[in-house]
Design a protein around this ligand. Structure first.
Ligand code: FES
Length: 122
């Protein structure tokens, strides 16, 4: 069902955990499957310097969280806000069609964490 890249990311996920004193926290869930994803970020001078995730979910949700956190580290907030689930799926060299919706959680969690950071600045 899953390609090698997805399975590798799932079995050796990067950036697992929670950042203490995170600058932004994003928690999202998928109502249909009940999976939950939490992403915490550190921000310095509008650049994401660290990102970690905790995902209670399926293989695709864990693989996409791992990818999304790796992709946004080093990005400016504006760049990270433009990250789409399609880019995450591309990074993973594809997901089974019925699992593409899982990658939406990663996009949403990153966006929520950034929104949380921005709301704390105001
Ligand atoms: Fe719920 Fe994948 S089945 S996120």
């Amino acid at each position: 069902m899953y390609n090698d890249k997805v399975l590798k990311e799932f079995s050796n996920p990067q950036n697992v955990g929670v950042i203490e004193n995170a600058d932004g926290v994003g928690v999202v869930g998928n109502a249909s499957c009940g999976d939950i994803m939490k992403i915490t970020i550190k921000v310095e001078n509008d650049v994401i310097t660290d990102a970690k995730f905790q995902t209670f979910g399926c293989t695709a949700a864990i693989a996409t969280s791992s990818c999304a956190t790796q992709m946004v580290i080093g990005m400016t907030l504006d760049e990270a806000l433009k990250l789409t689930n399609a880019q995450v799926v591309e990074y993973l060299e594809g997901l089974p069609p019925q699992k593409v919706h899982c990658s939406v959680l990663a996009e949403e969690a990153i966006k929520k964490a950034i929104e949380d950071y921005k709301s704390k600045q105001n």
